[in-house]
Design a protein around this ligand. Structure first.
Ligand code: ATP
Ligand code: MG
Length: 870
């Protein structure tokens, strides 16, 4: 059975059980401080489990793209080494939001596997939670009893908290789980060791395929469990593992999900899969990682130097490095796999197909730059080896290579062992640990549990229409961060505060109590469908009614920048072409930043044209046409621009200004005239194929204009009130370059004059020509004279001292003949003399220089220099 059919069968099966089939949520999570990437199917439904929002239907199923490379679920190091853990994988899942519970979940899972897919019951085992003392939980009798009716009791195994209690993170919804495992070993193997002894023992042919989680608790900040008001079902089945079972394979990589990628890798590298464990691992790593990276890029996460972008960069680098070392690929090639992936997965995930070029380009650039890093690292490593004292390389040096240059430690270790050097791995790990502790401390945040003051269905956002509202606090919590100390987060029954989202920053403002007390709101964010207002103090008498007031000036500036961003987007698509797609956007009160796909730098004319286009829309005074409840399909039909990697509901909000129409949750001006003026301030590349424009509007544009005209006045004034400042500046530049030439000529003249003088001052002693003197020359001047005299006179021993800009300089030149005969060494001499000038230096045996901060020591240094002649 083709993997495509398996996916369809799963969704159809749950459709027949009255589930609504929903699309996969984006793999990159944008507005959740606790999670960077989707790591399980349930992530997108978290707010339902927490009771912060109500779903439209209570039975849902989907296939979800997941990534397990950070946080609580991190499989990265296993991937490639084993045959059934991936970084990116699809999780098939079905959910009940306070609807059915254990009985249906278990029976349907069983029905799907054994009746629908016809997997042999004799190959299946199930596990049930045995209970846990610290959590004061007893064995999950309910699940056990249900299983007993459908499977032999000796196939039901009890499992501990690690395997049979599912938690998404340190806090949040969780509960006991029942897993289904499948034994795909040969009959002989099965006869030797019974399958039930291998369940949850990391055996590659006895693997977990499906986990049924019975969500009934919320894990609190202090680690205790609180019973949830409603009970939910959350299941997750590994799609690639199921394909392995259905296709009679022994490894996920042998299924049709991975085979096309592996064949392509074999063709490109000339290395065959299945011949050697080490190259097999490398091939699996690359086949796996190109999926993770492509899916992330298609959902808007570019590789970068921090946060989620850094995680993606590290995954890609791991793949490059495996190719480099084990498949001997020294040029970029992983990007060539994107085409195969897009063909194969593009039907289920169209975002991959549509953004194939972007993925290819970004991956290619990353590959090239990391291969350059590897090259540099290799020569640095050569230097380290050359200057090593014994046969062991220090852990600190290896850490420096790793930390500063991104040079992988396992590669360092491998190269060292090839050259018969060892590495102090323990010291390296200590350095790594130290660094981790530093960043852990810096990032540490402790979140206390919510204190609920009043039950509230859903917090209403009124900020599109009002900047002030009377509110009540419904819940709050304390939060202690290393950076800001104690903060409070408040949730209201309704709020005019816009929470950060869609690139627009969150509103700031204040709460005013009846007696006039003010509590400042420093930021507003959304988390699990709650709009959270951050304050530094808790208002007094938190149960009263407050006036919540948004900082209108900042909000209006953000709104102008947001509307201008839409017009900019429209301008770019009109002028550059419809390949332009938004790849990131930041809307501040001060400025806007817009990233988009486009391959060339914008010319000055294009930038002007873009500015003119936007300013023309501003002059047209277009009214905002807003629709808060348009059907998604209708909006798309009408030409609204939707973004990849964004999660949209059935109904969406549309923002229209003339012909610009976007799906958007942000705040906007009522009329484009409110933007006043649009001015681009910067254009640059952010990644291969992605450009960034920064621009300002309204007040900021006015300020810029004022500032620039003041500056222009001052410039004119400095130029004697010239009418034509450009001509005046050009004249000055020309004059300047003439003067420079004259100065150079004079300097040369002075030097040759000086050289003649110095040559006359050379003395002789025991066949050595020597000159030890303070001179009025800079470092280059001294060098020139030294080499010229050296060329004209044989057997020369020369030491110059000079004072330049309050610093001391020493130069030492020794003819090669003297270096050999008298065993003199300029490098050693300047190092010895350095102490007089409070500095140091070095160089070669025949020429060396030193610098120091004490010019008054120059004479003493020259005095000592004479002693080397004896
Ligand atoms: P395992 O113990 O094998 O790592 P898990 O307990 O981490 O699995 P769950 O968190 O319960 O798995 O996820 C649900 C299902 O998703 C698993 O039963 C499995 O089929 C699949 N799965 C989990 N992690 C991966 C992965 N890294 N790659 C592929 N499939 C996975
Ligand atoms: Mg796992």
């Amino acid at each position: 059975m083709k993997s495509k059919e398996i996916r369809a069968k799963f969704l159809d099966f749950f459709k027949s059980k009255e589930h609504s089939i929903v699309p996969s949520a984006p793999i990159v999570i944008k507005n959740d401080p606790t999670l960077m990437f989707t790591n399980a199917g349930m992530n997108q439904f978290k707010e339902y489990f927490l009771g912060n929002a109500k779903p439209k239907t209570t039975r849902i199923a989907d296939t979800q793209k997941c990534l397990r490379v950070s946080g609580k679920h991190n499989d990265l190091e296993e991937v490639g080494k084993d045959t059934y853990h991936h970084t990116m994988f699809e999780m098939l899942g079905n959910w009940s939001i306070g609807d059915y519970f254990k009985k249906e979940a278990i029976n349907w899972a069983w029905e799907f596997l054994t009746a629908e897919l016809k997997i042999d019951k004799n190959n299946l085992y199930v596990t049930v939670f045995e209970g846990d003392q610290t959590d004061k939980l007893s064995k999950d009798e309910e699940a056990y009893e249900i299983w007993k009716k459908i499977i032999d009791e000796d196939r039901i195994l009890l499992g501990n908290k690690k395997d049979n209690f599912w938690e998404m993170g340190d806090q949040g919804p969780c509960g006991p789980a029942s897993e289904i495992h499948v034994d795909i070993r040969s009959e002989e193997e099965k006869a030797k060791v019974p399958g039930k002894d291998l369940v949850n023992q990391d055996h590659p042919q006895v693997v977990e395929i499906w986990n049924l989680v019975f969500i009934q608790y919320n894990r609190m900040a202090n680690g205790s469990l609180k019973e949830l008001p409603a009970k939910h079902i959350d299941t997750g089945m590994g799609f690639e593992r199921l394909a392995m079972v259905m296709q009679g394979k022994q490894s996920n990589y042998d299924t049709d999900v991975f085979q096309p990628l592996i064949s392509e890798i074999e063709i490109i590298t000339g290395v065959n899969y299945g011949k050697n464990e080490q190259t097999d691992i490398a091939i699996r790593v690359i086949a796996d990682h190109v999926r993770a990276v492509s899916f992330a890029i298609a959902d808007g996460q570019l590789p970068s130097n921090n946060g989620a972008g850094y995680v993606i960069r590290r995954i890609l680098r791991r793949a490059i490095r495996y190719g480099f070392t084990f498949l001997n690929k020294k040029e970029a090639f992983i990007h060539q796999l994107v085409a195969v992936l897009a063909t194969q997965m593009g039907e289920a995930f169209p975002e991959l197909k549509k953004q194939k070029n972007l993925c290819e380009n970004v991956i290619k650039e990353e590959e090239k730059s990391f291969l350059r890093t590897l090259d540099q690292g290799l020569s640095l490593l050569d230097n380290i080896i050359a200057s090593a004292k014994g046969n062991e390389i220090s852990g600190r040096k290896a850490f420096e290579l790793y930390d500063t240059y991104g040079f992988p430690i396992d590669l360092t270790a491998l190269i060292l062992s090839e050259k018969n050097y060892t590495l102090d791995l323990k010291a390296f790990e200590e350095e790594l640990e130290k660094q981790k502790n530093r960043s852990r401390l810096a990032a540490q945040t402790e979140t206390e549990d919510w204190v609920v003051l009043q039950e509230d269905e859903e917090e209403e956002f009124v900020g599109y229409d009002y900047l002030e509202a009377q509110v009540k606090i419904t819940q709050y919590r304390k939060l202690v961060t290393k950076k800001d100390g104690a903060l409070y987060q408040l949730v209201f029954n309704l709020t005019p505060f816009y929470p950060e989202g869609g690139g627009q920053v969150g509103d700031k403002g204040y709460l005013k109590s009846a007696n006039g007390d003010i509590t400042y709101i420093i930021d507003t964010k959304k988390e699990n469908n709650l709009i959270i207002h951050t304050t530094k103090t808790l208002p007094q008498d938190i149960k009263q009614t407050f006036m919540a007031v948004v900082d209108a000036k900042q909000r209006n500036r953000s709104a102008a920048n947001h509307s201008a961003t839409h017009l900019l987007h429209q301008a770019l698509r009109n002028i550059l072409g419809t390949h332009v797609e938004q790849k990131g956007s930041m809307v501040h009160s001060g400025y806007l930043r817009f990233d988009f796909s486009h391959f060339n730098k914008l010319t000055a004319e294009e930038l002007k044209e873009v500015e003119n286009f936007v300013n023309a829309r501003i002059r047209e005074q277009l009214d905002l046409e807003e629709n808060r409840t348009m059907l998604y399909t209708k909006a798309i039909e009408e030409g609204a621009v939707a973004l990849f990697g964004e999660k949209y509901g059935d109904t969406v909000r549309t923002i229209r200004f003339g012909k610009s129409m976007e799906l958007c949750g942000g705040t906007h001006v009522a009329n484009t005239a409110d933007i006043w003026h649009f001015k681009i301030t910067a254009e640059a590349a952010v990644a291969s194929g992605i450009r960034r424009i920064e621009a300002i509007t309204g007040d900021a544009a006015k300020d810029l204009l004022t500032e620039q005209s003041t500056q222009m006045q001052q410039i004119k004034h400095l130029l004697n009130n010239t009418k034509d400042p450009i001509k005046s500046v050009t004249d000055i530049q020309n004059e300047n370059s003439e003067l420079r030439k004259e100065i150079e000529a004079l300097k040369r003249e002075k030097a040759s004059f000086l050289k003649a003088e110095l040559k006359a001052a050379v003395q002789e002693q025991n066949g050595v020509n020597y000159l030890i003197q303070q001179v009025d020359l800079d470092a280059n001047g001294m060098k020139d004279v030294a080499f010229q005299l050296g060329g004209e006179l044989g057997n020369l021993f020369l030491v110059f001292g000079a004072e330049q800009d309050g610093k001391a300089l020493l130069t030492c030149y020794i003819s090669k003949s003297l270096v050999e005969e008298k065993d003199l060494n300029a490098g050693k001499i300047v190092r010895a003399l350095g102490k007089h000038i409070q500095g140091g230096g070095g160089g070669q045996a025949f020429f060396a220089t030193a610098g120091g901060k004490n010019p008054s020591g120059i004479l003493a240094a020259l005095e000592e220099a004479k002693t080397f002649l004896d």
